[in-house]
Design a protein around this ligand. Sequence first.
Ligand SMILES: [Fe+2]
Length: 484
Amino acid sequence: MINKISLFVRKMNSYLRALVKLFRATLHLMAQRYRSASLRFKFAFLVVILLTSTSFILCILTVQIMNNYVLNEIIKRGESVGKSIAASAGYSLLSRDRLGLDNLVFKAKTSNSDMPYVAIVDPDMKTVVHSKTLMIGETIPVAQGRLHRKADDGTTVIELPNPSGIVFEISCPIVFMKKTLGNVIIGMNKSVLLEAQQKVRDRIVIAFGIIVVLGIFASSLLASFLIKPIKELSVGVDQLKNGTVKKPLRIYSQDELGELTRNFNEMSALIAEQKGRINKYAYDLEEAYVSIVKVVAAAIDARDSYTHGHSARVAQLSHVIGKQAGLSKSELEELEVACLFHDVGKIKTPDSILLKPGRLSPAEYKDMMNHVEDGASILSRAPSLVKYIPSTRHHHEWYNGKGYPDGLAGDNIPLFAAIISIADAFDAMTSDRPYRKALSEEEALHEIERMSGIQFRPDFVAIFLKLTKESRAKDVPLCVEKAA
Ligand SMILES: [Fe+2]
């Protein structure tokens, strides 16, 4: 037996632990969900919980107050009826007027539906008159219950333990000529109380429902009112983070949230102003860098008296080729600037190579070839110059893929680089070099035509030959710089 009890206790213990674990896990899950819920939900949830609990407590208090009130009313009415019968019953008892006594009891019983019995007893508790005629002559036992009240005139109210039936028994002494002749005994049941309770409960349920619905609605409205500025602030912070702030946030109220929004707007404006200043500094810095690179490009041309003005002439020739090829105005402008930068890498080429009055050795030629990559590296330092890297890096590529630095071929060679390649070669060939005299235009054009499809892009060669032919027919120089 002891073993069975011990086993049962152990099982119950394990079940209890499992239940506690489940309860904790559920609480943890709810807490997690609550933490990740929106602010609007949290606010509405708290308000609804607060409203519901407050309403619930108020309902309980109301029912309690109402119960006490109704009970008091029941007692008062019972006492009143009892005293009224007692006042009239004294003479009838003395004169043994049974009819009069019956009449009193009958009237009281019929006019009060919540009185299950009304009786008149003698001092020995023997029934003289009773609403239930079978009880006449019987001795009524003293009511067993809690003494609710005892008045100075001897009226007692006993609260009976049975809550579903009769709740009170009221006993009023019948005094005549200062002599107690008996008592009026009245039982009171809960019908009035239950009826009143039911009515109040119905009303409370309706009121409770209305309060909860209104509470949810009001809390939702209040949540919107409070959360709207917070949401806007959140959007504002995102915009500030992404640099897309367009206008100050709207200030909805003059409270702490309004103050917060105002401060945010001021902070946002300050950041925008500082950002603008930084952007301007960056722009100025880049402009300065671009200017330096332009100066460097010009200086390279100036280093060698034979190539003086080379970049400017390449830009002019490239412009006419590009225009004939159908480039837009902005593309042509970009092409001209690209021409100015195309040999900027030569800043790193030693004078001993760049100005050598003779043919370059293979090693020197290799050093010279590095100028395209050096140029790309210089241009990569400024974001606005990055777009000129392809034309700078690839203007020595060959159409057949035998050029440098990457051996690009055909249409893989960037457009500007393919144009600059022709203009660059033409100007180089028609310029004097320390180790040779300049070729004539006819010789240079012939060389370019010969290298079409080998070194140069054929369609651009065709354009260039056509343009030079037209300019010579009109006796207008294709390159003003050269002519000058
Ligand atoms: Fe070059």
